[in-house]
Design a protein around this ligand. Structure first.
Ligand code: PEP
Ligand code: MG
Length: 552
């Protein structure tokens, strides 16, 4: 019997194989009809369901330790809460709701009350919703949503994963990650790379193969094999080993800082150990993906200081909260929008919420003072020079000397000269710049090819920004995933980019690649890629320009 081969988009390098654990899809909200024919019997189903969920959580708590144990114990207690059970039962007998709907509504009442109480109580909203979903799944006889407890090394398979789920994965247990949907620059892909977990997204057909017992995953090529027999457990290996001395410089001596993208203190330590010259993008919103309340200034100072600490005297670019679209922050939730990626996200949230931005800027300034890192701030999702000016003035008022903006909206790239007048530097967010240039949602697997960072249209926008940077003599970095591809990094340098920021795992490859090429080769490669008809030809043309004259 032969194995089945599927092709997705490789988004986090390395090969791994092992048994599959499937992540259940999120549960839809249970319907309030049909009304039960025997409400008393329907109500009587609730208690055993909550008991089964509590027992399972207690069992997991017994096997866990530390914080995980405490969380599981609290959640088990919530599942067995008599007040929740009796309120749900009353909704069945009083309003003739199906049991699943009644549990959903009762839990929501509790969640609203907890959120209103604020502080520690509000932090429990997530837990009560987790319990709610588990009990509803039990009543409906389906698997509970979310990543299940892993008992051994496993390949995770999901339709898609929320960034908050991915951030909580344990890299020692997750051999690889494969999703049927999702795009190469989705935040789930970015987090998988940061955790060093091989990952393939947009793997069409994965969930229709039938029972998946084991998988062989190649995060470089995007090939996923479904073997017919047993699968050996193989932990990630990414092949070639490059060597880099920790200084970003081309073979002819042009300095291009090689920096890291980080979202937590652990990322920052890993980046420093991997030789990053500093941080080109600190995604502060990653610190608060699960927070239900705005963190206090003190809490923020503590979180940011922990990220800045490994970089005293070194450049760290802190991005203010990029909330919205696929990174919703509960305390900055917008009104429901038909197209969240085009709605109130990034800096736009701050226009109606000045206080949140000002408190964050204050915390960043204090963390910078405490740690001695050379901190700059930048704003996400800036569309015009006027917005850039608004942000920079607020940053300066908070005592932050260096302020810039991300260029990730085509309008900002097209008006780069005017944007530069307002700022000290810009950083190109090529993930969003591609999404907005091609009108192709970065989370949607079906349009993943349009979000290829080698697309000539994207490169032409970057070229406009690089040219403006050279003319005004101000820095233009790239902190999107494009910077993590060694050949594309050389093209970006040829387009006028002055620093490159990427996940820690890519630093050595990109630093070593830069050291092998001359600036004039970078320019030739850039010219060839710009003139190409499509991403494939751009890649080939750039590679040809970069290979013939290696440094000695
Ligand atoms: C980008 O859009 O390229 C970027 C770096 O920001 P994020 O991926 O966090 O949206
Ligand atoms: Mg972005």
């Amino acid at each position: 019997m032969s194995s089945t081969r599927l092709k997705g988009v490789g988004v986090s390098a390395g090969r791994a194989s092992g048994p599959v654990v499937q992540v259940a899809d999120p549960l839809p909200e249970p319907a309030s009809t049909p009304a039960p024919t025997d409400p008393a019997a329907e109500a009587a189903r609730i208690r055993p369901a909550t008991e089964a969920v509590a027992a399972r959580l207690t069992e997991r708590a017994e096997a866990a330790s530390g914080d995980a144990k405490a969380v599981l114990e609290t959640t088990a207690a919530m599942a067995a809460d008599p007040a929740l059970i009796s309120q749900a039962e009353k909704l069945v007998t009083g309003r003739s709701l199906p049991a699943a709907r009644a549990v959903h509504e009762a839990a929501e009442t509790f969640a609203t009350a907890l959120a209103a109480a604020g502080g520690y109580m509000a932090e429990r909203v997530r837990d009560i919703r987790d319990v709610r979903d588990r009990v509803v799944a039990e009543l409906l006889g389906v698997d509970p949503p979310g990543v299940p407890a892993l008992t051994g090394p496993s390949v995770l398979v999901a339709r898609d994963l929320a960034p908050a789920d991915t951030a909580g994965l344990d890299p020692s247990k997750v051999l690889a990650l494969v999703t049927e949907e999702g795009g190469p620059t989705s935040h789930t892909a970015i987090l998988a790379r940061a955790l060093g977990i091989p990952a393939v997204v947009a793997c069409t057909g994965l969930l229709s193969v039938g029972e998946l017992r084991g998988l062989v995953v190649d995060g470089d090529t995007g090939v996923v094999e479904v073997p017919s027999g047993r699968v050996e457990v193989l932990a990630a290996s990414s092949g070639r080993k490059a060597v880099w001395n920790g200084i970003g410089i081309t073979a002819d001596g042009s300095r291009v800082k090689v920096l890291a993208n980080v979202g937590s203190a652990a990322d920052a330590r890993a980046a420093a150990e991997a030789g990053a010259e500093g941080v080109g993008l600190f995604r502060t919103e990653f610190c608060y993906l699960s927070a239900t309340n705005e963190p206090t200034v003190e809490e923020q100072v503590k979180a940011y200081s922990a990220v800045l600490a490994p970089f005293p005297g070194k450049q760290v670019v802190v991005r203010t909260l990029d909330a919205g679209a696929d990174k919703p922050l509960a305390f900055l939730a917008p009104e429901p929008e038909p197209n969240p990626a085009l709605g109130v996200r990034g800096l736009r949230v701050a226009f109606t919420n000045n206080g949140v931005l000002d408190r964050q800027l204050e915390a960043i300034a204090r963390a910078a003072e405490q740690t001695g890192a050379e901190v700059s701030v930048m704003a996400p999702m800036v569309a015009t020079a006027e917005e850039a000016d608004w942000f920079v003035k607020r940053a300066r008022a908070a005592g932050l000397r260096r302020a810039g903006v991300m260029i990730e909206v085509p309008a900002a790239a097209l008006t780069a000269r005017e944007v530069f007048d307002a700022v000290d530097f810009v950083s190109l967010g090529t993930n969003d710049l591609a999404q907005y240039t091609f009108a192709a949602d970065r989370q949607v697997g079906a349009v993943a090819a349009l979000n290829d960072p080698w697309q000539p249209a994207l490169l032409r926008l970057i070229a406009l920004v690089g040219k403006a940077a050279t003319e005004v003599g101000k820095p233009a970095g790239v902190c999107g995933e494009a910077a993590a591809d060694p050949h594309l990094a050389a093209v970006l340098v040829g387009l006028g980019v002055t620093s490159l920021s990427m996940n820690a795992a890519a630093l050595t490859r990109v630093g070593a690649g830069l050291a092998e090429v001359h600036s004039d080769q970078c320019q030739l490669a850039a010219k060839a890629a710009l003139a190409a008809h499509d991403p494939e030809h751009a890649r080939l043309a750039a590679r040809a320009a970069l290979t013939p004259r290696r440094a000695h």
